[in-house]
Design a protein around this ligand. Structure first.
Ligand code: NAP
Length: 328
């Protein structure tokens, strides 16, 4: 069961019609899986698959991924927008987005678990030097490399939101030293927290393995660049599972070639799919995956959406609302 924020004197928003919610669905290519999941989770919900909208005035909620600008035409009675992804950059950059409406972010347990698995996998790989043993095996070369205990490795989690905090908990359980970076102040159990631009350098100087789990916003754009990469310890590793535009890719390649980076695991890129000509494909020490660190699973995601609608109908506020001004 999810934890829901309590209503605190928020202005009541118009209720979705009690028994006839009509959902417009624009997915990421798994249409039937989403339709089946909604029919299991809330059979009475009428789901209309974009662009088969029918009478647009009947639609009062929408679940969206990368909406085209014309999608919002005629949706005059829309009350809430759900995002298929945890990241909302593709929604917020839609020029016709009705920004006065509540936008509910995707926060579901399987999505969180997938991201934790992805990041832990690469933290363990780099910490235990598996990438170097892979090279040694290919060369039939037997050599013991120094093995440092987890208590001697500081992992910097950049972005301490839903995903970053879940990762931090598991890293602590594996006895890593965990430091974290976020936009505003706020303590997190077991994590030494840094925040704001003034504390970025101190945070990066300690991060032997740096995991990026921040959203794409104007403030985070290319926050990892030549200058900030220089702050990392020698032979540091970078994991980017946030968004491609957090990193200046050309300057990342320079840091891999000349230091301080010893390797990187990249799931997201400035341009996706990663262009054939990119040097990252074949760079030694770089692991490329095609934006699969964590995907939203329709069955659990639909349960989350249906639960939020039911709670909202009881007078509770929408959870996990996007704040348009800050961009996430
Ligand atoms: P979230 O709960 O909104 O957390 C975002 C975190 O980033 C917060 O800790 C926030 O700081 C921090 N942040 C935002 N702007 C910042 C800035 N300018 N400087 C420093 N910190 C900043 O988001 P989430 O659910 O954890 O997801 C994080 C991101 O992961 C998503 O936005 C998405 O881009 C990415 N993602 C990728 C995949 C994939 O498959 N690769 C899958 C899911 C999500 P505060 O805590 O101070 O607000």
């Amino acid at each position: 069961m999810h934890e829901w924020p309590k209503a605190q004197g928020r202005e009541k928003q118009p209720m979705l019609k009690a028994n006839h919610a009509v959902m417009l669905l624009k997915t990421d290519a798994r249409d039937q899986a989403w339709i089946d999941a909604f029919s299991d989770a809330m059979p009475e919900l009428e789901v209309r698959l974009w662009p088969e909208t029918g009478d647009t005035s009947e639609i009062n909620c929408a679940l969206l991924w990368c909406p085209p600008p014309e999608l919002f035409d005629g949706l005059d009675n829309l009350e809430v927008i759900f995002s298929i992804g945890a990241g909302v950059d593709s929604l917020l950059t839609c020029p016709t987005l009705p920004a006065h409406l509540p936008i509910v972010r995707m926060v579901e347990p399987e999505l969180t678990a997938g991201m934790v698995e992805f990041c832990l996998f690469h933290v363990l790989r780099f910490h235990r030097l598996m990438h170097r043993f892979e090279t040694q095996q290919a060369e039939r070369h037997w050599e013991e490399l120094p093995q440092v205990p987890a208590t001697g490795v500081t992992v910097g989690v950049m972005g301490l939101g839903v995903l970053g905090q879940a990762l931090a908990r598991q890293l602590s359980a594996l006895r890593y030293r965990v430091i974290g970076y976020r936009r505003g102040p706020g303590a997190v159990d077991g994590v030494e927290v840094f925040h704001g631009e003034d504390e970025l350098e101190a945070f990066m100087r300690r991060s032997m393995i740096l995991a990026l789990l921040m959203p794409s916003t104007p403030e985070t754009n290319r926050i990892i660049n030549r200058e900030t990469l220089r702050w990392l310890p020698v032979d540091a590793y970078l994991i980017n599972a946030g968004r491609g535009d957090l990193v200046n890719e050309q300057e990342l390649i320079e840091a891999l070639d000349a230091g301080p980076l010893a390797g990187a695991a990249l799931d997201v890129f400035e341009t996706e799919p990663l262009p054939q000509a990119s040097a990252l494909w074949s760079h030694p020490g770089v692991y490329v995956t095609p934006h699969i660190a964590s995907i939203t699973h329709p069955p659990t995601a639909c349960r989350y959406i249906v639960d939020t609608i039911r709670y909202y109908r009881q007078g509770e506020p929408w959870p996990h609302l996007v704040e348009i001004d800050r961009g996430y």
